[in-house]
Structure formats: structure tokens, C-alpha cells
Design a protein around this ligand. Sequence first.
Ligand SMILES: [Zn+2]
Length: 42
Amino acid sequence: MLTLEFYRNLPEKQCRECGKKMDEQHECYVQECERCTAQQKA
Ligand SMILES: [Zn+2]
């Protein structure tokens, strides 16, 4: 239960460009969602 409380208290990760909520499984060092990342590379 302590582990569950820990994860529940983590802030939701959002794309810094569009504010879209990002999946926690996303690579932790990426700050934009996949769509914004692709636009920057284009
Ligand atoms: Zn985005």
C-alpha cells in the first residue's frame, strides 16, 4: 500500500508544448508528447 501511495502522489506528466497528459511509460527525459516531438524534428 505504501508503494501505491507513492505513485499516486506523483505529479501528472504533461507535454510542455501542448499540455497534453503524457503516459508515464513515456521516456522520462522527454518533455513533449510524441506529436510535438515529431513537429520539432520536421
Ligand atoms: Zn504536445
